[in-house]
Design a protein around this ligand. Structure first.
Ligand SMILES: Cc1ncc(COP(=O)(O)O)c(C=O)c1O
Length: 464
């Protein structure tokens, strides 16, 4: 018989420090190994705005942002207050055969802020669930099977979304995936047109800025895709799970390109990082085609989809974004970050490109000059693709207290997703720290040697 469970308050105080042991025993030990090998195994005790705080009281600039959920910053008091309001009101949550207020007001708020093509929301609980819904709604609306997606796309890891994943590392071992899903090169309108000409396409599902690699849609691509899809009787779905809710300096990234898609998926940042959330913003046409009679009124849905906590958190997040001018702030901070970091391309041979939109930013590394460094680079790349990027992320963490990530498997791209509340001084601090670690990484043999040392030390510690 397991011991009786104490209260959460007691657990938080009496079992502090057991995180990693528990992870290794009953969660994901391989994740534990990764975290320990990188030396990122801090004991985090608090989160505040753009920062994580460890048990020594050290503040780390968090450029991972919980994979993009903490746009309004960690533990924003207004979102906490909204959640407490729901609890205090003892709301009649989830009557199921009945409807509630907060989900309706959130849908209304999103529809009002979305492009004119959008008229309603289909609720979900996560990004991947929103994408799954978009696949189903596309098929039901058009009566067609085929779904197009972009190479290198990431739309989530459940089976339908995985069928639209442009990265082999995620797909392998989980097949067979959905039939009739086909990758097209991102940004290539001719290739899209050729696929559409084959007929039977229900939709193109595409990220305006790809999360894996931070690849921006070329000018005119999304608009051109919309025209071509519509001409072929197919729908355009913009996956804004990562780019939406202010991340790129507009509420929806698609506003940069003036597109009016048939559906927009949202999730991640919408609930301020507190509770799972998701939704598909859909056109009236889609809504009417899918839910086309009383007998089909509940043919798609999800038990927790309209729950009050998610809706309240979503409303509070939108309110904070607007009241604090965070979307405009993100645009300004993003411009500043590019201005400070783009010159690295000319200053360092190892820097191939710096790119970004709003506060979705990346630096791509390439082969350094000098025969010795170049052959070492090639050898490292052969042994472990993408390892070079860790020459940036690891010292950023250990020497500068900045947490960021490699932008995808096997890529030498380092990515940053700061909270939209990030202050100018922190952006400047990041840019200066980055230059320091890039300069060290460019001295590749010595950078590899000290990196190798650190990794060896960490993995010995990890095995203990
Ligand atoms: C563009 C995009 N779509 C979908 C997803 C899946 O979201 P979730 O992890 O909430 O299922 C992600 C997650 O990173 C994403 O970036």
């Amino acid at each position: 018989m397991p011991a009786p469970l104490p209260s959460v308050h007691e657990i938080l105080t009496t079992r502090r420090g057991e995180e990693m042991v528990l992870n290794d025993r009953v969660l994901n030990p391989q994740l534990g190994r990764i975290v320990r090998t990188l030396g990122f195994d801090r004991q985090w005790v608090a989160g505040e705005g753009a920062h994580l705080i460890d048990d020594r009281g050290d503040r780390y600039l968090d450029l991972l942002c919980g994979y993009g959920v903490f746009a309004v910053g960690r533990n924003h008091p207004d979102v906490i207050a909204a959640l407490e309001d729901v609890m205090a009101a003892r709301t009649p949550n989830l009557p199921q055969l009945g409807v509630t207020l907060l989900a309706g007001v959130l849908a209304e708020a999103l529809v009002e802020r979305a492009p004119a093509s959008i008229g309603a929301m289909v609720p979900a609980n996560s990004g991947t669930e929103a994408v799954e819904a978009a696949i189903k709604l596309s098929r039901a609306t058009t009566g067609r099977d085929r779904i197009l997606f972009a190479e290198h796309a990431f739309h989530g890891l459940t089976l339908g979304s995985l069928s639209l994943n442009g990265n082999k590392e995620f797909r392998d071992g989980f097949g067979p995936l959905l039939a009739d899903c086909r990758a097209v090169p991102f940004g290539d309108l001719d290739a899209l047109e050729r696929e559409l000409a084959g007929g039977g396409v229900a939709a193109l599902i595409v990220e305006p800025v790809q999360g894996k690699g931070v690849n921006l849609a070329p000018a005119g691509y999304l608009r051109g895709a919309q025209e071509r899809c519509h001409a072929a009787g197919a729908l355009l779905v913009c996956d804004e799970v990562q780019t939406g809710i202010g991340r790129t300096g507009r509420l929806f990234a698609l506003e940069h390109w003036d597109v009016e898609p048939d559906m927009i998926t949202v999730a991640k940042a919408l609930s301020g990082g507190f509770v799972p959330i998701g939704g598909v913003l859909v056109s009236r046409h889609v809504m009417g085609r899918v839910f086309d009679g009383m007998e089909r009124g509940v043919r798609h849905g999800s038990t927790f989809g309209t729950n009050d906590l998610a809706a309240a958190a979503g409303l509070a997040t939108l309110r904070v974004l607007e009241r604090e001018g965070l979307v405009e702030h993100a645009a300004r901070m993003g411009e500043l970050l590019l201005e400070l970091t783009r010159p690295l391309v000319d200053r360092y041979e190892i820097v191939r490109e710096v790119r970004g939109l709003g506060l979705m930013w990346a630096i791509e590394l390439g082969r350094p000059g000098g025969a010795a460094s170049r052959s070492l680079f090639k050898a490292v790349e052969r042994a472990q693709p993408g390892l070079i990027a860790q020459l940036v992320t690891v010292p950023l963490f250990h020497e500068h207290r900045i947490l960021c990530q490699v932008a995808g498997h096997g890529m030498n791209v380092v990515k940053a997703l700061p909270a939209l509340v990030v202050e100018e001084a922190e952006i400047r601090r990041f840019a200066a720290a980055l230059e320091e670690v890039v300069a060290a990484a460019e001295r590749l043999p010595s950078a590899m040697a000290s990196f190798g040392w650190r990794m060896a030390r960490q993995s010995v510690a990890a095995r203990r």
